[in-house]
Design a binder for this molecule. Structure first.
Ligand SMILES: Nc1ncnc2c1ncn2[C@@H]1O[C@H](COP(=O)(O)OP(=O)(O)O)[C@@H](O)[C@H]1O
Ligand SMILES: [Mg+2]
Length: 399
């Protein structure tokens, strides 16, 4: 029997550095700016945008690793997903810096910088956290540039600057407080500090960047925008090959083609598919059969995680649902409005237009310009598989 212990795939979590693929252009660009910040001492602000699951956090985590190990900057990657106040934000930033300093032997001597605000937590006080009282955090928000500057002078023997990633700032971008705070941070640094080698990278969805800029339009000039989109099929293949090789599994050609096809260049999907295939296989050789089974399982999972909550729950009306089932019957990634309409009864026809609107809003389908008027396609290759499965299940169980 084959005992599998761990899957090399990490759906939903930043990919480990050794399995990271692609993004060469963006890495080169960002590292160039980091080096520039290091030589000129001028701060840099980048806004990294991209769809959910496209690989923003993974890129950031790769960059942080790269910056920390190949440049003279200290890198921290801070997740602000659940943060809604500036106090929580600065607390987390300094907490990450403290943890980083604590972990690196060469920086240990700097621990005392954090003074009385260090709290030991966890069993036997193994980990430490930065925990100042609320009033002091308020002060830190106000004097952020000064605090960072103090830190820089203290670490300058070891590190020339800071690389700070503020990930998942989606919640904050809609807060006028944050927009104004960032603006005054940038202004104050420009007027008060000649040498401020700090590289800040904000990460969020494209519309969140727009939200931030609409609150504080002068930020527009401040940010360099870096965008990431799908990976190429070659990159997906390279990733899958590396991942399976890492656990001594072989992949047959046909199986590879199936997995690459259904991943459709989306990093999240290549992990979901890879993971499902990994667990399906039982002889360390990935065959066409394994790949097909895995894709179905992955579709089921992805559908339940991402489609169910938004689509199947949002489209409560029975008419919408029966349209969706008829759409599923075609088992295709593309469809023409007219073609589907022909399969609908008169009741369904009445709401078909609204149905399509809704599906577009939910980011399940998009207009397919290349295929002419009335053409639509799913935003990825795996959603239609799920819609098809749902429609098959319905047929099976309603008989
Ligand atoms: N360059 C990459 N190489 C390999 N896997 C990646 C890469 N980028 C993202 N992934 C994987 O894709 C999924 C989504 O990535 P993540 O970085 O969390 O996206 P985002 O932050 O944009 O939502 C995760 O499972 C992650 O491991
Ligand atoms: Mg992310």
């Amino acid at each position: 029997m084959n005992m599998k212990e761990y899957s090399p795939f990490t759906p939903g979590y930043p990919v480990p550095v050794e399995l990271f693929v692609g993004r060469a252009k963006q890495i080169e660009e960002i590292i160039k700016y980091v080096r520039q910040t290091s030589t000129t001492g001028k701060p840099e602000n980048v806004f990294l945008i991209g769809r959910r699951g496209i690989g923003k956090s993974s890129l950031a985590s790769f960059l942080r690793y790269y910056v920390s190990s190949k440049t003279d900057f200290l890198g921290v990657h801070v997740f602000l997903g659940r943060v809604s106040t500036l106090e929580e934000m600065v607390q987390l930033i300094f907490d990450k810096i403290l943890k980083e300093v604590n972990e690196q032997a060469s920086l240990q001597s700097l621990i005392k910088l954090f003074g009385k605000y260090i709290k030991e937590v966890g069993l036997f006080g193994i980990s430490i956290t930065f925990a100042p009282p609320q009033e002091d955090l308020k002060e830190l928000v106000k004097k952020f540039p000064e605090a960072i500057n103090n830190l820089l002078t203290k670490i300058k023997e070891q590190r020339k600057g800071l690389f700070i990633v503020l990930d998942d700032i989606n919640g904050l971008t809609e807060k006028i407080d944050f927009a104004n705070w960032y603006k005054s941070f940038v202004d104050e640094v420009a007027t008060h500090f000649k040498h401020f080698p700090v590289f800040i990278m904000l990460i969020g969805l494209p519309e969140k960047r727009d939200a931030l800029l609409s609150l504080q339009s002068s930020l527009m000039r401040i940010f360099r925008v870096v965008e990431i989109a799908k990976l190429s099929d070659e990159e997906v293949e390279k990733f899958l090959l590396n991942a399976f090789t890492k656990v001594s599994m072989e992949v047959e050609n046909k199986a590879m083609r199936i997995m690459v096809h259904f991943s459709g260049g989306l990093p999240l999907l290549m992990h979901e598919i890879g993971d499902a295939v990994f667990w399906v296989d039982d002889d360390n050789i990935i065959t066409e059969e394994d790949a097909k089974k895995g894709v179905i399982i992955a579709a089921q999972k992805v559908g339940e995680k991402y489609l169910d909550p938004k689509v199947y729950r949002a489209l409560r009306s029975e008419r919408y649902r029966s349209i969706l089932r008829k759409l599923g019957e075609t088992n295709s990634t593309k469809f023409n409005k007219k073609e589907i309409e022909d399969r609908l009864n008169s009741n369904e026809k009445k709401v078909f237009h609204n149905f399509l609107q809704k599906m577009k809003e939910l980011e399940v389908i998009e207009i397919d310009k290349e295929s002419g008027p009335g053409s639509y396609r799913y935003v990825n290759e795996i959603y239609p598989v799920y819609v098809w499965i749902q429609s098959e299940n319905y047929k099976r169980y309603s008989k």
